[in-house]
Structures are given as structure tokens and as C-alpha cells.
Design a protein around this ligand. Sequence first.
Ligand code: ADP
Ligand code: MG
Ligand code: MG
Length: 210
Amino acid sequence: DTATEREAVRSAIERVAARMEEEKEYLTDLDSAIGDADHGANMDRGFQAVLEKTDGMDDADAAELVKTVGVTLISEVGGAAGPLYGGSFMSASAELGDGITAESTVAFAEAFLDKVQDRGDAPVGAKTMVDALTPAVHTYKKSIEEDDLEPVEALTKAVDACQRGVNFTTPIRAKKGRASYLGWRSVGHQDPGATSTLCIVEELQETAVE
Ligand code: ADP
Ligand code: MG
Ligand code: MG
């Protein structure tokens, strides 16, 4: 019911916020190698603001909470990642309007990826969050729709796929975002945004296990 879903979304928000705080330095280190050393601070600040904004939303349903995540990230986080993550949470939240089901979460994941690609215009292989998100979303969808897995198992598969996507960003050259200014010098560094995407997917999986 609505209350159970609200608590699940809140629990996911708390987990992601705690994880961003934990990874703040690591994400910033990754961004200092190929960017402007702010990705950890951006994500941490954004999700701390999300925690504050969603704290009093005692009557909100899942879709409203997720929409607030997006709106807050857009307003609190500048740079590339804020509008990309924020815009996606905001628009994909509509897919949860009738509740959280295996089907609606697949629709959410697909809408999320679509929006990142719409806004950022990065193909797979440009060394961005798209490289982590794409295999995660495709694996989640296939696991639910073709392999008939439960959402929690599908998420476990998605985490594995996402990790491989993150690994794939290291040897390739950046073609989008700040890292692309470095050209070939971006080779050999793991992408910060792909890494934060993995952290988020891992925390969603942990929430589903709960
Ligand atoms: P900024 O680069 O503006 O400082 P952040 O450091 O917060 O913003 O985020 C950088 C991350 O954003 C990159 O590691 C990359 O994953 C992601 N990114 C940058 N540009 C794009 C894009 N056009 N499409 C998708 N992701 C992008
Ligand atoms: Mg940066
Ligand atoms: Mg920046």
C-alpha cells in the first residue's frame, strides 16, 4: 500500500544519502583526475538537501517523493550531474504514479535512462554515467521480462552489469562532459558519474533486500 511504498522510498533515499556522504571523497578524487574535483561534494550536497526536503513529506506517495528527489537535485546541484540525475528522477517518477510493481520499476528505469540520454546526448562509450546506467537498465528489464526474476534478484543482476559498465569507462576516452576536454589524457581513469550511478543502484538493491 501507499504507506509501505512511502517507507520503502524513504529508506532508499536515506541509504543513498548516507552512501554519498561515505563516497564523497572517493567520487571527488575520481573527478579530480579528469574533471573539476566536485562530483563527491555535488552528490553529497544534493542528497543531504533531498533528505531535508523529503523529511516532512508524511502523506506523499512514492511518485511524489521521487519527484521531489529530482526537483531538489536540479535546484541544489549544479554542473552536469545535477540536471541529469535530477531531470531523470523528476520525469521518471511519473511511472510510479500507480504504485511500485515489477512492471512500473522497469518503466521507471527505462524512462530514467531515456531522460539522461535526451538531456546529455551521450552515447554508450563516451565515458559517462550512461555507460553504467545502460547495462544496468537493460539487465534489469531483461531479468524481469524475459527471465521472470523477482525485482530483488533482477536488481542484483543489474548491479553486476552496472559494475562492468563502470569498469568499461576506465580504458576509454571521454567524449562528453568536462573529461572530454582532456582528450586522450582521460584514458585510464574511472568515470566519477558512472561510479555514483553504481553506488545508487547498489543502494536500491540493498533497499530491496531489506
Ligand atoms: P561537472 O562535470 O559539471 O563538474 P559533476 O562533476 O557533478 O559535474 O559530474 C560529472 C559527471 O557527469 C561525469 O563523470 C559524467 O559521468 C557525467 N556527465 C557529464 N556530461 C555528461 C553527458 N553529456 N551525459 C551523461 N553524463 C554526463
Ligand atoms: Mg565535476
Ligand atoms: Mg563542476
